[in-house]
Write a protein that binds this ligand. Sequence first.
Ligand code: FAD
Length: 461
Amino acid sequence: MAAMQIEQLRSRVRGAIVQPDGESYESVRLLYNRMIDKRPALIVRCVDVADVIAAVDYARTNNLLTAVRGGGHNGAGLGSCDDGLVIDLSQMRGIHVDAAERTVRVEGGALWGDVDHTTHPFGLAVPCGFISSTGVGGLTLGGGIGYLTREYGLTIDNLLSADVVLADGSVVRADEANNADLFWALRGGGGNFGVVTSFEFRAHPVRTVYAGPTFWPLEETAEVMQAYRKFILNAPEYVNGFFAFLTIPPAPMFPERLHLKKVCGVMWVSTGPAARAQAATKPMRSVGKPLLDHQAETPLPAVNSLFDGLYPPGLQWYWRADFVKELSDEAIRRHADYGAALPTMHSTMHLYPIDGAAHRVGKNDTAFSYRDANFAEVIVGVDPDPGNAARITEWCKDYFDALHPYSAGGAYVNFMMEEGQERVRASYRDNYDRLIEIKSRYDPKNLFRVNQNLRPAVTAG
Ligand SMILES: Cc1cc2nc3c(=O)[nH]c(=O)nc-3n(C[C@H](O)[C@H](O)[C@H](O)COP(=O)(O)OP(=O)(O)OC[C@H]3O[C@@H](n4cnc5c(N)ncnc54)[C@H](O)[C@@H]3O)c2cc1C
């Protein structure tokens, strides 16, 4: 890129501009998923909204491939691009809690750990995901599934407004009263519509939860999954528990006899008093012969960061996902086969319940369409060693192929790799056409296309 143009950009931004010959380039460009290795031409490390506007103007004027980076966690590596410009929001992590109104305003580059840290002293929480290092930006714009989903809905169901820098460089607020079509599209439509510089969320009075796992031997998988599919969808909404196949890590918190053992399990998180949670989960915890059954009162931020150590940045990841309405006996048989064949210690399959409060929002009320699905299934092949990349990818794809016929058809966009336009369409179903219409108005030239892309009807020029 011409030195003079970059000098002009430098005169407009306060944050650092990092180029391939810069000292920090090799560390700043890295993504959470190290299977994906992108080399942008320019990284603008924005520190405020003015920087974001300048970066968007620069990208548009110079017709550059443009990626927006929130937490950099995306499985498909959609927070960066090769040879283009990255609008890096990782320096914009400010958070303001309005305790009286129970609202929280969060800058577009914050991580969920930042939100937990800031809201917890007020006894408040915003429904987020299962790991604290994930970005607020990407997770929210795709929907947001987590421990509080059954009780308080998806993250987008708690979004009150968003400030957005659009492709033409203008800044708008989107909420129910202003730019309502954009607000609808932002709630599930991903980063297609602009750079969200801040999100305003409704928070809930959650400080301590009752949390921990129940593990069963793999031989009991069918019995456990059959019980789980009924139990969880009828459990009180303050109970959350996702089903998983996993290898128990050799960590001191687990008895040595279980280290590196492949098991199936449920990770419980319930709000409210311990006695209430214990009683409510008892019927499921009494199924079969659990190898371990342990729950304790835990601050929510500690639960949300429980897996951070196991999954640090820099591992190899390959993702596949589907929404599931019903877990049939045949699907369970197939799960049991692939669950028993976890290729590495970090690889896993999670089934997240997305019923309860998430079902009380209509399928056309937000861009997130699968309000009638009961589970979000995600299969991830994970390992630190790049030498195992092919093995984890193959297991993940085979597992997905075996289960896809039993799915609802589309997937949670935040759990997808780059899988093509038909897969994007299947994930939005009858919201797809409206999303394309809104995309065509707000970003007609598809400046924001490093995402699960909604191609504008006519991509001009
Ligand atoms: C270990 C791990 C655990 C996860 N757990 C959960 C979970 O519990 N629940 C869940 O719902 N998801 C979960 N996810 C998936 C996660 O939601 C997606 O990976 C999401 O894309 C991450 O957001 P990010 O901001 O970190 O990603 P990035 O890679 O920075 O960005 C992802 C996409 O979002 C866009 N984007 C990000 N921020 C903005 C912004 N401010 N404005 C406009 N566009 C933006 C980017 O352009 C890109 O297209 C998990 C992912 C990982 C790796």
